[in-house]
Design a protein around this ligand. Structure first.
Ligand SMILES: Nc1ncnc2c1ncn2[C@@H]1O[C@H](COP(=O)(O)OP(=O)(O)O)[C@@H](O)[C@H]1O
Ligand SMILES: [Mg+2]
Length: 505
């Protein structure tokens, strides 16, 4: 064997399925507790997305059966769109395959979640995923699917016509996991899910030990976010190449207007004049340098509007108020929002509420509940830009005290959430997001401060009233005794008149 041959040994490529099989912790399947939580989370997220696509109020049932101490079956059933039959094998048996790669707010994004859960189930219990689905075209099909890890292709073990009484999907995964430890997390996840998706009704059944229904706090389905074209600030050479390939326009000016959002006739002409290019320059004839320059200018040109926020679905003031108030039995709930803004051409908004409640721990800094695209984020808080920024605010200036347990609920929504890892638990540190988060915290801080001041003022007033009442009573008693009356007259009307309008007497 020659030296060169030996050097080549060991080189090969692996499939995405094998990559995630080897690096399960990256996608949130690193230990038996996380595996249970992530399986529930991925299935519930898909169900919620499918119900919103169908524009129906989600009714989702989560069943957890623990057959052996370390083996359980998670089944999630929804009333969503169902999955087109020809897509079922790939959607559940192929890593990085999905229908949510367009530019609008969705819970899922990578085409990874459910297949990771399927993969984990397969590796730990050697069982296929069971999918029973019905779309609007027929009456039901069921499938047993495994993943061929080496090739990243689905293996359909069984496929049969099976009636389902309404549209939607039921997915069942058997896995090894630690339910005892995961149960609290699963409950918290579902409860917080109904905070950010108050229109969803979730029922959780665990063996014979638990059967509870939560959510259904509002009865309107949020409007479906509209997929948007890319914003010019997202233009890199790769995107330009793809858009040019797809475009029917030959001239540069009409290509720009048609392919990007926020580019109108005037801004396109200004940009081309600035670059010294003719509006009819043929796009397909642009060379590498010209493309790269076009990308740079598109990204830095300041004549374009902000990205379209119709591709977002924020919770909104009324629903956020309602859901936090009723889920946490909280008092004072104040809402604030920021945006729309953008990071690298992706539109985003931040919204949040601040509140008080006995359920929150008393600390000098309010506790924080994080959400991204309506999904609660429960792990890796210290890595997240929302948490890091929270610590930059001087909360004592806003009246936060250890004695008054306050909490913030912060929702980041975007056409693309810059997650730090495939497990989708923390948001990356980007200056635009940090700046907006800081501004949001200050707004919420001011609301908190006003409340604290008002409360302090009213408790001072109340003390004064108590003192005056005592004094008047004493005077009335002495006066009555001097005048020879047995009973002293009531003095409460005097106190009321004195403090009228200030505070409830
Ligand atoms: N309950 C469901 N209802 C409808 N479609 C589903 C459901 N679960 C999964 N899918 C489809 O399977 C695809 C792959 O799911 P997943 O691996 O979780 O990726 P993602 O949600 O990030 O797209 C989804 O994009 C969706 O089209
Ligand atoms: Mg998903």
């Amino acid at each position: 064997m020659s030296k060169t041959q030996r050097k080549d040994e060991g080189f090969r490529s692996i499939s995405p399925a094998e990559f995630f099989y080897r690096n399960r912790q990256m996608a949130g399947f690193g230990n038996p507790t996380q595996a249970v939580y992530s399986t529930v989370r991925e299935l519930v997220e898909n169900s919620l997305d499918a119900c919103e696509d169908a524009q129906r109020l989600p009714k989702i049932r989560v069943d957890i059966e623990s057959s052996l101490s370390d083996t359980l079956t998670v089944t999630v059933a929804d009333n969503g769109t169902g999955v087109p039959y020809d897509q079922v094998p790939e959607a559940f048996g192929r890593v990085l395959y999905g229908s949510k790669y367009d530019r609008r707010q969705r819970r899922g994004s990578f085409g990874l979640g459910v297949t990771m859960a399927v993969l984990h189930g397969q590796i730990t219990t050697d069982s296929p995923v069971l999918v029973h689905t019905r779309d609007d075209k027929s009456s039901g099909m069921s499938y047993n699917i495994l993943v061929d890890i080496e090739q990243n292709v689905p293996v359909v073990e069984e496929e049969q016509v099976r009636y389902r009484d309404h549209e939607g999907t039921t997915v069942s995964i058997r896995l090894r996991g630690d339910l005892r430890r995961a149960q609290e997390r699963v409950l918290e996840y579902l409860r917080l899910t109904t905070v950010a998706s108050p229109h969803a009704r979730l029922r959780l059944v665990i063996d014979d030990s638990l059967d509870m229904t939560i959510g259904g706090l509002v009865d309107t389905v949020p409007a479906l976010p509209v997929p948007s074209k890319p914003h010019p600030r997202a233009a890199d050479v790769e995107l330009l190449r793809k858009l040019i390939e797809k475009s029917e326009h030959k001239g540069l000016r009409s290509f720009l207007i048609d392919s990007f959002q926020q580019v109108g006739g005037r801004s396109a002409s200004r940009l081309l004049r600035f670059m010294g290019l003719h509006p009819d320059t043929e796009v397909k004839a642009l060379n590498r340098e010209e493309l790269s320059l076009l990308g740079t200018v598109l990204r830095s040109f300041d004549g374009f509007g902000r990205p379209d926020s119709r591709s977002l679905s924020p919770v909104g003031q009324d629903d956020f108020h309602k859901s936090v108030e009723s889920t946490f039995n909280a008092s004072l709930v104040r809402f604030a929002g920021r945006g729309p803004s953008e990071w690298e051409g992706n539109v985003f908004m931040l919204e949040g509420v601040v509140c008080y409640g006995d359920e929150f721990p008393a600390a000098d800094i309010p506790s924080m509940y994080r959400f991204a695209n309506r999904v609660p984020l429960l792990y890796d808080a210290s890595e997240c830009v929302l948490m890091k920024t929270l610590k930059r605010v001087n909360w004592s200036r806003y009246g936060a005290r250890g004695s008054q347990p306050a909490a913030l609920f912060i929702h980041f929504c975007s056409t693309k959430v810059p997650y730090k890892a495939a497990g989708k638990q923390s948001i990356a540190h980007l200056p635009q997001i940090e700046e907006e988060a800081l501004a949001l915290y200050r707004k919420l801080g001011r609301a908190l401060n006003m409340f604290v001041k008002k409360k302090e003022r009213s408790s001072r007033e109340r003390k004064k009233i108590r003192d005056f009442s005592k004094m008047f009573n004493l005077m009335a008693r002495y006066g009555a005794a001097l005048a020879g009356y047995d009973n002293a007259p009531s003095t409460s009307h005097m106190v009321r008149r004195l403090f009228e309008g200030d505070v409830d007497v």
